[in-house]
Design a protein around this ligand. Structure first.
Ligand code: DAH
Length: 355
C-alpha cells in the first residue's frame, strides 16, 4: 500500500511540473487533491487493511498528502504569477506614443456665412427667426400684395407641392416650396410683437438649375417695423452690414426698382472691390462690375397692403424689408471664383475643405 501512495506522489509531482495554464492547474487539483480525487480515493482503501498495516500505510498516506499539497501550492504560485506576467505583456500600452487624430469636419461654407450674417445683424438688435420652407400661397405671394394670377408671380419659378399632378391646397391656398424668404414678413407681423427687427435666413426653392442658379439656395430676409421707420434707417442698416461684412471701404447705393411688396422699392448695390467704385482699372474698363457697382439684392419700404395683411395700421407703423441671396453675398466677398454655382452643393471634399 505504501508503494501505491509513493507512486501516486511521484506521478502528481511530475504532472505539476508540466503545468503552464490556470486551466491545467485546476484540472490537476481536481484529479489529485479533489474530494473525489485520486488521493482521496486511494485513502479509502486503507479501511480494508488490518490495524498495524493501516497505521503504517496511514502515516505514509499523510506524508504523501502533505508533499503533494505543498507541491501543488508551489505550482499554483508559479502559474498564477506567470499568467499575470503574460497578461501584462499582452496588454502593454505605450501611453507616450502620439495618438491617431480623428478626422474633424467643419461646417459648410454656407453655414459659416449664415452664422456670420446672423451675428452682424444681432449687433444692431435684429433677432433671427425661422419661418416655414413649405408654406401656403398666401404667405409666399398673396399677403405680399400679389393677388392670385398676378403676372409678377412669374418671376418666382415656384415649385408646388402635390400628388399625381394635383396641387395640394390648404387653409390658406396652394402649398408651395417658398421661392423666397419674404413669406416670413406677414408671419412675423402676425406674432403681434412690435417693434420688429427680424432677420430670417432659410432655404428657398425655384424651378431653375443652371450654372448660375440652384433649385435650392438660401436667402436672408430683413424686416424692421416700428413707428417712424424711414428709408434713412434702411440705408443705415444696409451700410452697417456692408461695412462689417465686406469691409469699411465699401460704399452702398440704393437704385430705384419695383417690387409688389415694397413702395418705394430699390435694388441695393455695393461698390466694386476690384476698381474701388471707379469702373476703371489701369485706364481700362473694370472686368467685374458694370460701372463701379455690384448688385446685392432687393429692398424697400414695406407696402401698406402688406402691413395691413400683417394686422398693422399703415398710418401708425412703417418699416423696411430686404432680401438677399446668401450664396451670392458670400461669393461676392470671398472672391470664390467658381464658374458653376452647383459646385457648392456637390459635396466634393476637395472643394469644401478649402473653406
Ligand atoms: N423676395 C425678393 C426676391 O426673392 C427679394 C426682396 C426684395 C425681398 C425686396 C424684400 C424686399 O424683402 O423688400 O427676389
Amino acid at each position: 500500500m505504501n508503494d501505491v501512495f509513493l507512486q501516486l506522489q511521484q506521478e502528481a509531482l511530475a504532472v505539476f511540473l508540466k503545468i503552464q495554464t490556470l486551466e491545467e492547474l485546476e484540472a490537476a487539483r481536481v484529479e489529485y487533491l479533489g474530494r473525489k480525487g485520486r488521493l482521496a480515493e486511494t485513502m479509502k482503501e486503507l479501511a480494508a487493511l488490518d490495524e498495524s498495516a493501516r497505521r503504517d500505510a496511514g502515516k505514509t498516506a499523510n506524508d504523501v498528502k502533505r508533499t503533494v499539497e505543498a507541491s501543488f501550492a508551489a505550482t499554483e504560485a508559479r502559474v498564477v504569477a506567470g499568467a499575470a506576467e503574460a497578461r501584462q505583456a499582452q496588454e502593454w500600452l505605450d501611453v507616450s506614443l502620439p495618438g491617431t487624430v480623428p478626422a474633424v469636419g467643419h461646417v459648410h461654407l454656407t453655414t459659416q456665412a449664415i452664422d456670420e450674417i446672423t451675428n452682424i445683424f444681432r449687433h444692431i438688435g435684429f433677432v433671427r427667426s425661422r419661418h416655414p420652407e413649405v408654406d401656403w400661397d398666401y404667405y409666399a405671394f398673396e399677403s405680399l400684395n400679389m393677388p392670385k394670377d398676378h403676372p409678377a408671380r412669374d418671376e418666382w419659378e415656384t415649385f408646388f407641392v402635390g400628388e399625381n399632378g394635383e396641387v395640394a391646397t390648404g387653409e390658406k391656398g396652394k402649398i408651395v416650396l417658398t421661392p423666397h424668404t419674404s413669406n416670413g414678413q406677414v408671419r412675423e407681423m402676425e406674432k403681434g410683437e412690435l417693434p420688429i427687427r427680424m432677420v430670417s435666413i432659410g432655404k428657398c426653392y425655384r424651378r431653375q438649375a443652371t450654372a448660375r442658379h440652384l433649385p435650392m439656395f438660401h436667402q436672408f430676409e430683413g424686416l424692421m417695423i416700428d413707428k417712424h421707420v424711414t428709408v434713412t434707417e434702411l440705408k443705415g442698416v444696409f451700410d452697417y452690414f456692408v461695412k462689417r461684412y465686406f469691409g469699411a471701404n465699401r460704399e452702398t447705393r440704393l437704385r430705384p426698382f419695383h417690387f409688389r411688396f415694397t413702395e418705394p422699392s430699390f435694388e441695393l448695390d455695393i461698390s466694386c472691390a476690384v476698381c474701388n467704385g471707379t469702373a476703371k482699372v489701369d485706364g481700362a474698363k473694370c472686368k467685374l462690375c458694370k460701372g463701379g457697382w455690384l448688385e446685392l439684392g432687393g429692398a424697400g419700404m414695406v407696402h401698406p397692403n402688406v402691413l395691413k395683411a400683417g394686422g398693422l395700421d399703415p398710418n401708425e407703423y412703417t418699416g423696411f424689408a430686404f432680401g438677399w441671396g446668401v450664396e451670392r453675398t458670400m461669393m461676392m466677398r470671398s472672391g470664390i471664383n467658381i464658374d458653376d454655382i452647383r459646385t457648392l452643393y456637390k459635396n466634393d471634399l476637395r472643394f469644401l475643405k478649402q473653406f
